[in-house]
Write a protein that binds this ligand. Structure first.
Ligand code: AMP
Length: 450
C-alpha cells in the first residue's frame, strides 16, 4: 500500500514528500478509514509505530478551513514532552495547510497560553490538568470540539489522570468522535473504554505470537502471593544464574508490595520503577540496573515499555498478564541480541484462563516446573486473594466512586430545584413566615390602614 491509496489531498502529499515518507506504516494503514469514518476508535500501538500520523492524517484530511476561534480538535497527552513532540509532528504534516496548532502544558505561565488561545486555533494539544484550568478560566471554549484524541492513555491513567479525564469529558460537547491510543492494554484502559466510549472500533497491529527462539519459557503453578514470594526468593539466591532479572507486575500497588517483601533479602541489589516514583528515581533505577549495580528490577508493564535494556538474563512474570500481548512484550525483554534468555511465569489457579490465552496466542504450551522442595507453601492471603463476600442488590454500595451512573452528571440549576408540589405557597410561606391567603386581596391594605 502507498499513501496514494489513502486518497489524501495535495497539501498532505506535498508534506509527506518533504518528509520523505512514501508508505504508510501498518497502524496508519489500519487507522485511516476507521478514524475518517467518524466512529469512536481504540488503537493499540506503541511509540515509534507512526501512531501520531495514524490519527492526524485522516483528521487533517477532513478538517475544513475555518476562521472560527475555538479549537475543533483536542489532543490530550500525558506529558509536556509529548505535547511538544505531537505539535511538531502536526506542524510537519500541515506545512501546506492553513491550520493553527497550539500546545499547552502545566508548569509554565498560563497567561501566555491564554493569549495564544485568544488568537484563535484549530488543533489544541494539551496535558489534562492545564487543559482543565484553561477551560475553567473561560478563555478556552471547548464547545466546538468535534474530535477528541487521547494519546498514551495507559500512561495517563497510570499517572493518575483518570479524574481529570472524566472532568474534561464532562465539559466537552457530547457529539464528538473519541479516538484513543494506548501502547499497552491494561484493566484501567479497558474500564475507561467501557465507561465512556460508544461501541468503539478496535485496531491494533497484530502482536506476533511467535516468541524468539532463543527465549526458553517455563511456568510455575503457585497457589498465592506469599508462596510466589517464597519461590522468588529461593530462585534469586542463585545470583550467578539470575544475574540480571526483570520482574513484571501488573500494577503499582503490587510493585510496591513485592519490593517491600524482596527488600528484606536483596536490599542492595533491588530497584523498582512505576509511575508513583519520580522521573529522577526511575531514571536512576534504570541506570543502576543497566550498569549492573542492581541485579533485580521490579517494573509495571506501562513503565517498562520503551526500556532499552540489554542482556537481561531472566524475565519473571510475577503475575500472569491478562492480555497475552503484554506477555509477548514482557518476555521480549530477554533473549535480545542473539543471547539466550529465560522467561518464567508464576500462575495461580485464578490465572489459568490468562495462561490459556497466552498459550493460544503462541500456539504452544509453556512447560510446567515443579516447585523446588525448599519453597514453603504459604496459606496466608493478601486482601485481593481473600474471598469476596458479594452483597447483592445493595443500593448504597458503588463499585467505584468514579463509576458513571444515571446521576453522574450534575443536574443543571434549573433541574435541581426540588419539586414541592407545584404550589408557590411554600415560597410565600418561607418568605412571610406564615401563610398569606390568596383570597383576601385587601389584607395588606387593611393592615396598613390600621
Ligand atoms: P510516532 O509513533 O507517532 O511517535 O512516530 C514515530 C516516527 O515515525 C516519527 O518520527 C514519525 O515522523 C515517523 N513516521 C511516521 N509515519 C511514517 C511513515 N509512514 N514512514 C516513515 N516514518 C514515519
Amino acid at each position: 500500500m502507498s499513501f496514494q491509496d489513502l486518497n489524501l489531498n495535495t497539501p498532505l502529499y506535498n508534506a509527506l514528500d518533504d518528509l520523505g515518507f512514501t508508505t504508510p506504516t501498518p497502524i496508519q494503514e489500519k487507522a485511516f478509514n476507521v478514524v475518517a469514518s467518524g466512529k469512536d476508535v481504540v488503537g493499540i500501538a506503541q511509540t515509534g509505530t507512526g501512531k501520531t500520523f495514524a490519527y492526524m492524517l485522516p483528521i487533517l484530511k477532513n478538517l475544513k478551513f475555518s476562521q472560527q476561534e475555538n479549537p475543533r480538535v483536542l489532543v490530550l497527552v500525558p506529558t509536556r514532552e509529548l505535547v511538544v513532540q505531537v505539535v511538531e509532528e502536526i506542524e510537519k504534516l500541515s506545512k501546506y495547510i492553513n491550520t493553527r496548532v497550539l500546545g499547552v502544558y502545566g508548569g509554565t505561565n498560563i497567561n501566555t497560553q491564554k493569549q495564544a488561545i485568544a488568537e484563535g486555533l484549530d488543533i489544541l494539544v494539551a496535558t489534562p490538568g492545564r487543559l482543565y484550568d484553561l477551560a475553567l478560566s473561560r478563555v478556552l471554549q471547548l464547545k466546538s470540539i468535534q474530535k477528541l484524541v487521547i494519546d498514551e492513555v495507559d500512561v495517563m491513567l497510570d499517572l493518575g489522570f483518570r479524574h481529570q479525564l472524566i472532568n474534561i469529558f464532562d465539559i466537552l460537547p457530547e457529539r464528538r468522535q473519541n479516538i484513543m491510543f494506548s501502547a499497552t492494554m491494561t484493566q484501567d484502559v479497558d474500564e475507561l473504554i467501557t465507561d465512556f466510549f460508544r461501541s468503539p472500533e478496535r485496531i491494533s497491529i497484530a502482536v506476533s505470537g511467535t516468541p524468539l527462539e532463543n527465549i526458553s519459557q517455563q511456568r510455575y503453578i503457585v497457589p498465592n502471593f506469599y508462596t510466589k514470594i517464597n519461590l522468588l526468593v529461593d530462585l534469586l539466591q542463585d545470583d550467578s544464574k539470575f544475574h540480571r532479572v526483570l520482574i513484571f507486575v501488573a500494577y503499582k500497588r503490587m510493585a510496591d508490595r513485592l519490593f517491600e517483601q524482596l527488600d528484606t533479602f536483596f536490599k542492595e541489589e533491588l530497584c523498582v520503577i512505576h509511575s508513583n516514583k519520580t522521573q529522577n528515581y526511575r531514571l536512576r533505577s534504570i541506570e543502576q540496573f543497566k550498569e549492573g549495580v542492581n541485579r533485580i528490577l521490579v517494573a509495571t508493564d506501562v513503565m517498562a515499555r520503551g526500556l532499552d535494556i540489554d542482556n537481561v538474563s531472566h524475565v519473571i512474570n510475577f503475575d500472569t498478564p491478562e492480555y497475552p500481548e503484554n506477555y509477548m512484550h514482557r518476555i521480549g525483554r530477554t533473549g535480545r541480541a542473539e543471547r539466550q534468555g529465560e522467561a518464567l511465569v508464576f500462575s495461580t489457579e485464578k490465572e489459568a484462563d490468562a495462561i490459556a490465552a497466552i498459550e493460544g496466542l503462541m500456539q504452544m504450551e509453556i512447560p510446567v516446573l515443579a516447585l523446588p522442595d525448599a519453597v514453603e507453601v504459604s496459606t496466608e492471603l493478601i486482601p485481593e486473594e481473600r474471598p469476596q463476600i458479594k452483597e447483592r442488590n445493595n443500593p448504597t454500595k458503588r463499585r467505584d466512586e468514579d463509576a458513571p451512573g444515571p446521576a453522574f452528571h450534575e443536574k443543571s440549576a434549573k433541574n435541581s430545584k426540588e419539586n414541592l408540589g407545584g404550589s408557590y405557597q411554600y415560597k410565600i410561606a418561607a418568605k412571610y413566615k406564615k401563610p398569606k391567603t390568596r383570597g383576601d386581596k385587601n389584607y395588606n391594605k387593611r393592615n396598613k390602614r390600621k
